[in-house]
Design a protein around this ligand. Structure first.
Ligand code: NAP
Length: 321
């Protein structure tokens, strides 16, 4: 076991929120340690969800678009340029019960006055074999991000909750037809959103059906659909599949320590990134189930860095607090 020298700021997570926080904190000469995660699986790696994206066309400053992984590498380089340090591992334990706050990576102990939590959220997936490799190549979890790429095409949305209905409705701006595939004969979504979707002439619903196969090597070309009642399967030619079956914030590490809402997202004070523990701030998708965009995550990472700096200044002015 190694106890590492105390530092002012630790950032856990390295998506747009964590890396933007790192840029700001590092530029304030606070030399943050970014515990950036490790590439433990294809859907779980440093850089967050944008590492699974191809073209990003809506991040301001890139008029020609930018590849998701390149955008994250640039943010990482920018933070490193100002002195942010990186640990390519996962935080495995935390103790925020006393100051300084402590974070472990396996047996190694790190401590800091401030911890910024930016561990993100993950989209729930269907669990099909080639699903992850087809993300950005016909399979998407974000209509706002990728709908534009499917102009004039037929699209399938999977799910029966508010997300699926909202995504399907949004996608009608681009698609010639949107088929919602839902595993039951009733939506879970709110009535008003259902009614709006069902009244949309571009939306059709395929009830009692599951997507059970994705066809395509480097790009999705068709899906296999299985009827949950009869068990019959068929192949649908479709170039775009939006999986909208929910999200899960990465907050297990903070259970019973940081206040979470009923769906597991960290709760921050409105208009700030403060959590229930002084000196612990949360930013990005781990505390946002509404917007979930790279730019909003980056914006809240900036907020966390400024909140952290001000909090540190106040501690130095009144050390007893
Ligand atoms: P959700 O409410 O949990 O719905 C998930 C849907 O996906 C359910 O219909 C579920 O089917 C289906 N599903 C789950 N696993 C599946 C699988 N393996 N294969 C096929 N289908 C699967 O999630 P959500 O829609 O993301 O909504 C999350 C929360 O955010 C909700 O509280 C929602 O109201 C809220 N939200 C609100 C808005 C809005 O008001 N504008 C927009 C988006 C989300 P079953 O129904 O059979 O379980």
């Amino acid at each position: 076991m190694t106890i590492h020298p105390h530092r002012q700021v630790i950032i856990i997570g390295s998506g747009p929120a964590g890396l933007t926080a790192a840029v700001y904190v590092a530029r304030a000469s606070l030399t943050p340690l970014v515990i950036e995660g490790e590439p433990s699986s294809s859907s779980d790696q440093p850089g967050g969800q944008l590492m699974l994206t191809t073209e990003v066309e809506n991040f301001p400053g890139f008029p020609e678009g930018v590849q998701g992984p390149e955008l994250m590498q640039r943010m990482r380089d920018q933070a490193a340029r100002f002195g942010a340090e990186f640990l390519t591992e996962k935080a495995t334990k935390i103790d925020f019960s006393a100051r300084p706050h402590r974070v472990w990576v396996r047996d190694d102990e790190y401590s800091a006055d401030v911890v910024i939590v930016s561990t993100g959220a993950r989209s729930l997936m269907l669990g099909l074999p080639n699903e992850t490799s087809l993300i950005g190549h016909g399979v998407s979890t974000c209509a706002t991000c990728d709908g534009f790429f499917f102009r004039g095409q037929e699209i399938v949305v999977v799910g029966g909750g508010d997300s699926a209905i909202e995504e399907a409705t949004f996608l009608t701006k681009f698609a010639s037809k949107v088929t919602i595939i839902h595993r039951r004969d009733k939506f879970r979504a709110s009535k008003i959103m259902q009614e709006r979707a069902l009244a949309n002439p571009k939306i059709v619903v395929r009830w009692n059906a599951q997507v059970t196969g994705l066809i395509g090597e480097s790009k999705l070309s068709a899906i296999e659909v299985t009827d949950t009642v009869s068990g019959a399967t068929e192949t649908l030619q479709v170039g775009g599949l939006f999986v909208a079956i929910g999200h899960r914030p990465n907050t297990d590490l903070f259970a019973d320590v940081l206040t979470r809402d009923e769906t597991g997202y960290l709760v921050t004070e409105p208009g700030s990134t403060r959590t229930n523990i002084p000196g612990v701030f949360a930013c990005g998708d781990v505390q946002d189930h509404t917007y979930r965009q790279a730019i909003t995550a980056a914006g809240s990472g900036c907020m966390a860095a400024i909140d952290a700096e001000r909090w540190l200044e106040r501690q130095h002015a009144t050390p007893a607090k």
